[in-house]
Design a protein around this ligand. Structure first.
Ligand SMILES: Cc1cc2nc3c(=O)[nH]c(=O)nc-3n(C[C@H](O)[C@H](O)[C@H](O)COP(=O)(O)O)c2cc1C
Length: 364
């Protein structure tokens, strides 16, 4: 069923402008009758942040910004879905075109700029599905024209705590000017202090909601020292490594498109984001689990993320090039890798390559 969907939809979707294709994909997922998800093999189950994930392959933020189709995506086999980024008020984002496929590089550049329907709209949808099972995280961010960005995050924690399986504090989008400055030690300490305080304040009513910090792969290692230090001090529940990069590897083949402003994702991001994941893992020293994101487009890349320190992985751009069948393919390859190692869980693989990776030359 999924294979047929991919074969029919991919050539069709590729005929459209990338953003129109995305809207069509969301519409198809909204309308398509889907069977319930087949249950995952027991050995793919992961416990992290106090949650039980049926498998470690998640959908990264940005695909379902307005929480229109989280249940369809779970039924297609994802172990968890992250909706958003949601901002308090709806905003249109940057002018189009703002999404580009770097086909020869299997990459994507976007400068969407947090286009989303706003907190009220997204809350209504998540509240309508609140009785359903399945892990749906909410990725939160500040409005571009906000006078008090920290207050935006606090408000969103209060708004969504009862319906979010977890929160991702997104301070790493390159498309909202100045947002990434919130990763600096002092600003991050203040932000995470207030976010965690808000989460703890609403906990008696909303239950415990894990808070994860999503960082940019472009931090210097000195900035990463600070970010992990602050995350540990403020006792966040985990980190996501990471967002899109503003860097442009010199070897990109799509040179014209590579000049577009925005965040680069997909295959060209794999090496940098995996190195930053390993660097984060060695600094976290097991204080919290990590989610590895960036260029996951096969079983091998998912396994590399796990060995670099990821307890869970997420992907987005891989879907554009591989289709939804990618999720099942990764899960099959993870089960095969466990079988080869005579293992019954992925736990023992997490971080085994991290220390060695941090000694390698910096990826070009
Ligand atoms: C079109 C597009 C939109 C995105 N929007 C968001 C977003 O709203 N919030 C966020 O935290 N990350 C966003 N991301 C980043 C992804 O969540 C992910 O971190 C990044 O794309 C790397 O993963 P990938 O190589 O598998 O795509 C977006 C990525 C793409 C391609």
């Amino acid at each position: 069923m999924i294979g047929i969907f991919d074969r029919l939809s991919r050539p069709f979707l590729w005929a459209f402008d990338p953003e129109d294709a995305h809207h069509l994909a969301i519409k198809a997922l909204r309308l398509m009758p889907l069977p319930g998800a087949a249950s995952d093999p027991k050995e793919l189950g992961v416990r992290a942040f106090g949650l039980n994930f049926p498998n470690p392959v998640g959908l990264a933020a940005g695909f379902d910004k307005n929480a229109e189709v989280p249940d369809a995506l779970l039924r297609l086999g994802f172990g968890f879905v992250e909706v958003g980024t949601v901002t308090p008020r709806a905003q249109a984002g940057n002018p189009r075109p703002r999404l580009f496929r770097l086909e020869a590089d299997q990459g994507v550049i976007n400068r969407l700029g947090f286009n989303n329907a706003g907190a009220d709209d997204v809350l209504a949808r998540l509240a309508a599905r609140a009785s359903r099972s399945g892990i749906v995280g909410v990725n939160i961010g500040a409005n571009r024209d906000s006078a008090d960005r920290t207050q935006d995050y606090v408000r969103l924690i209060e708004t969504f705590a009862a319906v979010a399986s977890y929160f991702t504090v997104n301070v790493s989008s390159p498309n909202t000017p100045g947002l990434r400055d919130l990763q600096q030690a002092q600003a991050l300490d203040d932000l995470l202090g207030r976010v965690i305080e808000a989460r703890d304040r609403v906990q008696p009513l909303a239950g415990p909601t894990p808070v994860l910090l999503k960082i940019a792969p472009d931090l210097t290692l000195a900035d990463l020292d600070d970010a992990v230090g602050v995350a540990r001090k403020r006792r966040v529940d985990g980190m996501i490594v990471g967002n899109t990069t503003i860097a442009r590897p010199t070897w990109l083949r799509e040179r014209d498109k590579a000049r577009e402003t925005g965040g680069l994702s997909g295959r060209p991001l794999f090496k940098l984001s995996t190195r930053m994941l390993a660097e984060t893992y060695v600094r976290a020293e097991g204080a919290f689990p990590l989610i590895g994101v960036g260029g996951v487009d096969s079983g091998a890349t998912a396994i590399a993320k796990i060995k670099a320190g990821a307890t869970l992985v997420q992907l987005y751009s891989g879907l554009v090039y591989r289709g939804i069948g990618l999720v099942g393919q990764i899960k099959t390859e993870l089960v095969a890798a466990l079988g080869r190692g005579n293992r019954t869980s992925l736990d023992a693989m997490v971080g085994v390559d991290a220390a060695d990776m941090t000694a390698e030359a910096w990826p070009a």
